[in-house]
Design a protein around this ligand. Structure first.
Ligand SMILES: [Zn+2]
Length: 102
């Protein structure tokens, strides 16, 4: 189980620094927006965090922090409940051509 990608960098030639307390929250939109609430009614927003098939996008790809990932998945569930979002591709398939198949 080697999850590559995140190679940690040792201390490189990072000189100077200091000043400016601007920390980059790793691309988590909600942290950046300083909100804890993910509006499930905002389909366009929520949609960005699910795949085409309606599954949750893996956190790494969505670059959402763990905390907000949970909020997002809650929002997704709610949105699904209100039929704002599809459940999974399987559901889509059922309404498709092959009715006989599961
Ligand atoms: Zn966050």
């Amino acid at each position: 189980m080697n999850d590559d990608g995140e190679e940690r960098r040792g201390r490189g030639g990072r000189g100077g620094g200091g000043g400016g307390g601007f920390r980059r929250p790793r691309g988590c939109e909600f942290c950046r927006a300083k909100t804890d609430i993910v509006d499930y009614k905002d389909v366009n927003l929520v949609r960005r965090y699910i795949t085409e098939r309606g599954k949750m996008e893996p956190r790494r790809k969505a670059s959402t922090c763990a905390r907000h990932q949970r909020a997002v998945s809650q929002a997704v569930k709610r949105a699904r409940h209100l039929a704002l979002l599809p459940y999974t591709s399987e559901h889509v398939r059922i309404s498709g051509i092959h009715m006989g198949r599961r």
